[in-house]
Design a protein around this ligand. Structure first.
Ligand code: WT7
Length: 626
């Protein structure tokens, strides 16, 4: 099976076919997988419900396609190449055969501990191969995994456990990150005090940090698999059975559980991986994301393994032991495709070229970017110094909700243009609309980015609250999926993502709802009201700026602590301005436009402030800017 597009004309052909006959197009790609039973219809959909189903009544198990299917042809090929936090600790190479055994064995261990099809399992683990094993074992037995980034606080973890009613938590004793050792199990313990559904916790031993093990509830990973068979018959899943839930922030306070299902997600992550990165036999592919985010799900674990790729997993951080770590690892493992975030690029750029000097980077063929708009400066630095000017740089636009890459060049096949995500993948039909929902056709237009036709890995619902899914994504414009991003189609017809148009900010590639951060700030007993906006930040892309009305002075650090406790360090405001009031309209709405402008230092033209109830506050805000 090879669905790799190799030329611009093949791309055009594939794209046209995917629009003219989507069912035939995706049906052909899906046919190359192992199905326990073939589907009746390829697609059934409406965006009103929304109700989208792909490969209807098809039966499969995604792990048979990611693992079993490869055993005959590539059992001895490395599936997961693991690079530890400490470069002096040996790396690990796990072949498809070995990964299959580990997944089967852990599947049995999970079953022995009472988990089965349809149960929800939280994975709160560091970047060790066992985290991937955990995800795949869930998928194999039909349990629905929900990975929570191990930087989230006990509170945030508890919210997610409660929202999905998880029965099991998979975790570790601790987590090595750079020079730090972070406690993990104790965070789980704290979270579990606020939840009641979790029956068992399986703890992987990584740091040998001292932990308390609760009798009857907590089991060590190595004991759970001790003597357990590594043969396991994969559960038969329907195409539309839930594969996983992944929580993500939106413009309202509570994160929502984005739901992806087995069949469509499998087909799309495979196809997009292969084509965007132009993965070839024997290549070593490395995505630096964390499995706590969708990038880790789709392009460290599922996409690459489905394509039979060697996928590298990195436990550490880009600056440990020094700012050359990424480049050291690229040379050490002869990485061919390298995929990272603009925030990492900008952080490394700030260290200058010296950390790059000892390394050749001559194995690299493709470099990629994801998570936020990449500014032209960072694009050129990355292209020139990492890609040595001759690696195609793919700027990949997508979202947790889209499951896979939607708009991107196909490396070396379709043209690239600095800071442009460029063209949609086959099967993806973006349209640009104005605020009235009218399509903006032609070139040199700017508006809101929507998608007008389903693709196999579109989110199906938000867990436990379908109406919220409809409201958030399918109600702004009739019959369109609304992404929340602004976009420009330039004079050449290439798409450039302009960033969020809603109350969502993007901090170091992490999505953050301003309302969510405000809710956390407001929990501080001395806070009366707050308003959070993003502002341009050299490294993070956007920083978090909080305007706060409080009953006391000098409480900035306490507020930061509150936010860290309630969400995690990633949501901590970079700047806090204590104010006596917030600019409000007569209807009591905060005029965020003004707050954004002041936070970004752009106060020359604040627009019309005459509708404000308290126009005098603007001067105070301007003069007190931090
Ligand atoms: C939001 C989705 C999808 C992987 C990681 C983030 C922004 C993502 C790009 C890009 C400009 C981008 C968008 C999007 N975004 N990739 N290449 N260029 N913006 O996933 O947390 O679901 O966030 O990230 O604003 O809506 P996420």
């Amino acid at each position: 099976m090879d669905h790799r597009i190799r030329s611009l004309s093949e791309y055009t052909q594939a794209y046209d076919k995917s629009v003219e006959n989507p069912e035939e197009f995706w049906g052909e790609i899906a046919s190359s997988f192992q199905w326990k039973k073939k589907w009746d219809d390829v697609l059934n959909w409406n965006f009103k419900g929304p109700d989208v189903k792909w490969f209807i009544n098809g039966k499969l198990n995604i792990t048979e396609n990611a693992l079993d299917r490869h055993l005959e042809t590539r059992g001895d090929q490395v599936a997961i190449l693991w690079e530890p936090n400490d470069p002096n600790e040996p790396h690990q190479e796990i072949t498809f055969q070995q990964l299959h055994e580990k997944v089967c064995q852990f599947s049995n261990a999970m079953k022995n501990n009472g988990v089965g099809k349809g149960d929800r399992v939280i994975i709160y683990m560091p970047m060790v191969p066992e985290a991937a094993v955990a995800m795949l074992a869930c998928a194999r037995i039909g349990a629905i995994h929900s990975v929570v980034f191990a930087g989230f606080s006990a509170n945030a973890l508890a919210d997610r456990i409660n929202d999905c009613g998880a029965k099991m938590v998979l975790t570790s004793d601790g987590n090595f990150r750079g020079a730090k050792t972070i406690e993990v199990k104790s965070v789980v313990d704290e979270a579990l005090e606020k939840t009641s559904t979790v029956e068992k916790v399986i703890v992987f031993q990584r740091t040998r940090t001292e932990v308390t093990m609760k009798e009857g509830r907590d089991i060590w990973w190595h004991e759970a698999i001790d003597g357990v068979s590594s043969e396991n018959e994969a559960e038969e899943m329907d195409s539309e059975d839930l594969l996983f839930i992944l929580y993500t922030s939106g413009s309202t306070g509570q994160p929502k559980g984005v739901v992806h299902t087995c069949g469509g997600y499998m087909v799309y992550t495979y196809y997009s991986f292969l084509n965007v990165f132009q993965y070839g036999e024997g290549d070593i592919y490395w995505c630096t994301a964390d499995i706590g985010w969708i990038t880790g799900h789709s392009y460290i674990v599922y996409g690459p393994l489905l394509a039979g790729a060697t996928t590298m997993m990195f436990e550490g951080v880009p600056t440990y032991p020094d700012a050359g770590r990424f480049w050291h690892a690229c040379d050490k493992h002869q990485v061919n495709q390298f995929y990272t975030a603009p925030t990492a690029i900008r952080a490394l750029e700030a260290h200058g070229l010296e950390p790059l000097e000892p390394y050749k980077l001559d194995s690299l063929k493709v470099i990629g970017s994801v998570g936020e708009p990449i500014n032209e400066e960072a694009w050129h630095w990355y292209h020139l110094n990492v890609g040595k000017g001759n690696c195609p740089l793919v700027d990949t636009w997508w979202q947790t909700e889209t499951g896979g890459i939607m708009i991107s060049a196909l490396a070396g096949v379709t043209p690239v243009k600095p800071a442009h995500a460029s063209l949609p993948l086959p099967g993806i039909q973006p349209i640009i609309v104005n605020s009235e929902g009218n399509e903006l056709t032609g070139k040199n237009v700017e508006g809101n980015l929507c998608i007008k036709f389903p693709w196999p890995s579109i989110l199906r619902t938000t867990y436990g609250d379908h109406e919220r899914c409809r409201q958030t994504y399918f109600s702004a414009y009739e019959n369109l999926y609304f992404t929340g991003d602004g976009v420009k189609r330039d004079h050449d017809g290439y798409l450039r993502i302009l960033g969020r148009v809603d109350d969502v900010i993007n901090v170091s590639g992490h999505r953050m709802g301003t309302a969510e951060v405000e809710n956390a700030i407001d929990e501080h007993p001395k806070v009366i009201e707050s308003a959070v906006v993003g502002y341009p930040h050299d490294i993070k892309g956007q920083g978090i700026y909080a305007y706060i009305i409080a009953e006391a002075d000098g409480i900035e650090d306490e507020i930061r602590k509150t936010v860290t406790e309630l969400i995690g360090p990633i949501a901590k405001p970079d700047k806090i301005q204590l104010v006596s009031g917030l600019p409000k309209t007569r209807s009591g709405k905060i005029m965020r436009r003004i707050l954004r402008k002041i936070a970004s230092g752009d106060v020359s033209n604040l627009g019309d402030t005459s509708t404000l109830l308290n126009p005098e506050i603007v001067e105070e805000l301007k003069s007190g800017k931090v």
